[in-house]
Design a protein around this ligand. Sequence first.
Ligand code: PLP
Length: 412
Amino acid sequence: MVSAHQEQGLRVDGVAVADVARALGTPCYVYSAASIRDAYRELDTAFGARRHAIHYALKANSTLAIVRLLKGLGAHADANSMGEVDVALRCGFAPHEIVFTGVGKSVAELERALMLGVHAINVESPGELDRLDQLAAARGVKARVALRVNPDIDAESHPHISTGLRDNKFGVPIALASGLFLDMTRRPGLTPVGVHVHIGSQITTLAPLAKAAEAASVLARDLCAAGVPLEQVDFGGGLGIAYDDTPVPERTAWVRTLVEAAGATDLTLAIEPGRSIVGAAGLLLSTVVDVKHVPGGRRFVVLDAGMTELMRPALYGAFHRIEPVVVRPGAPEPADVVGPICESTDRFARDRALPPLAVGDLVVVRDVGAYGAVLGSTYLRRPLPPEALVDDGTWTTIRRRQTLDELLQLEV
Ligand SMILES: Cc1ncc(COP(=O)(O)O)c(C=O)c1O
């Protein structure tokens, strides 16, 4: 997707990112539609003849144009909030193509999802089952429920994005699940439709994903054998991408692992990938606003993008490749690449070997298509940055830069 060009510098699918920066200013997100399409199709194809559903996890990137692109490819949607449910609806998803997840759904949110008739509400606790049952029974309808199980499996990812251990707040212990499913079949307001599991994000080995998928599949098959008429087993998302040079499992290998774990079953195999579809498709364009050498100490390269535009380094110590758009001649030297925000965590890289950089140079931060723009904030009254989508050799603005007036318009 990203290629180098001697004079005009980095390109995304043939488009010079310097042109985008000139038109939209920096900081600015740039995405490759081709990269998103390729990733989606790879997952889709890997299922072969198995009945499956790919619920794109909007939490990774819910910019309307990106969500519409995925809808056009045949994706279904995984929404983690009512806001995301509404974004999915606005992007053309029918309610029966949306699953609604979330560890703390309010009664109002449950009621809305119920009345919309979403494909499944991924329920996280016995208390939520009770609330949903009461809501549905009172309205004379049935809620389609997938129970999120917690298999107590270590995703071997960053602790802040691991969700499958018993100490995590997510799901119900898998040992309790059979009893809850059997109970559901006797409730007036509930229709159990599936088993759901999601053990974390940025998972870079298949073993924990396979273990979780096997646990969910065994449960689902046993329940079917016991007469609980399930429709699907949902393996969640979680496959990591290669932020550095460490190899990660291929998307195809992930799907094959899940299909194998599912065994002989007619259940629909569902997944909820986010990062593995959009992560590598995005970059953050930024301009160097200062370079300073502390005598005898560090070289700081200060960008106009910071933790307000890209939170992942501050939040998880996440690694992102950083490259100048046009490489100046000279030997690489270590630098701390930091943002302009008054927080010491506002640092994209420490001791990173980078070619010479001067004020005004453009740089890109790679692999920010997932959990990038969506985690942005307006801290320090910094308006949200624009986003551009490159498709078929041209680019369009898919979100313009927020103005200060827009940022302040809710206030008196
Ligand atoms: C329930 C659920 N499904 C899917 C995802 C998407 O995960 P990823 O972006 O790692 O594929 C998440 C994110 O953590 C999630 O919480």
